[in-house]
Design a protein around this ligand. Sequence first.
Ligand SMILES: Nc1ncnc2c1ncn2[C@@H]1O[C@H](COP(=O)(O)OP(=O)(O)OP(=O)(O)O)[C@@H](O)[C@H]1O
Ligand SMILES: [Mg+2]
Length: 277
Amino acid sequence: MAIRGVEIDIRGLAHRYTPKNPLTFEDVNIQASPGESLVIIGRSGCGKSTLLHIIAGLLDGYSGTLKLDKEDVKKPSSRWVMMFQAPHLFPWMTVEHNVGVGLHFAGWPKEKIRERVAETIHLVHMEEYARNNTQDLSGGQQQRVALARSLVMEPEILLLDEPFSALDAFTRAALQKDVRSISKKLGINLVMVTHDIDEAVLMADRTLVMAGSPGKIMHDLMVDLPDPRNREDQVVQDKRAHLMQIFQDAVNGALSGDSIAEKYDGAMSEANLAGIT
Ligand SMILES: Nc1ncnc2c1ncn2[C@@H]1O[C@H](COP(=O)(O)OP(=O)(O)OP(=O)(O)O)[C@@H](O)[C@H]1O
Ligand SMILES: [Mg+2]
């Protein structure tokens, strides 16, 4: 696998929207290797989207350091692109035109655009619909086009803010699998926010559990499972139970960011998991 992703190094990050607002989150530390997939889970309002926007260079007002590929991030870049819950496509344009629009504005020659767009549409399995208008596509197909539009710029980090939450279970499962396998094939980092514990286990190399107000990262759980992952696999079920327990303790305030690592590291054996539903 070629690695196109970058090192993520976030230290002591804290944020507030205005001096009059309370802290959105504080003391956020995240280190990730090139190509690693991070999934952030946490209750509504703990600052997950704000954190993603900061990583994407779309928001400032923070203290601490945020380095991607060893450089401070101060503004948006095509190296780290964000995908949202709604696909935000141009409905009157075809799939091809939607996917190529960024390259067009970047001044790429037509022939190069055509090639790159065709490759990317192939990657997301949308060849059959390349000439269709996006308004005639299903929600899942539209999200595939949005994914292609993000990938066509050859990003090194793909930031995803609950991208599948409006989709039905089958479409969602197919996209979860495809996005993980595409990210591994391209060797890019994923940083994804979700409320769905299953999704976290199916897509992450590591899951970060956020909780509290201001938000904090309460736990960092390795999800070292082989691919492809299926919801019904016992190892997936076990990891899900483990993560659910950590998540519940974190949101119930039963654990602080300091004590939670002590409680679970080493203590959470497979035997312990048997009793958790
Ligand atoms: N533009 C803004 N100005 C002031 N406060 C904001 C702004 N946007 C968000 N907030 C507040 O910051 C906090 C974190 O918001 P954020 O959207 O990051 O949470 P979240 O974890 O993504 O929530 P959800 O799971 O509901 O999407 C919330 O209390 C929210 O009300
Ligand atoms: Mg959010």
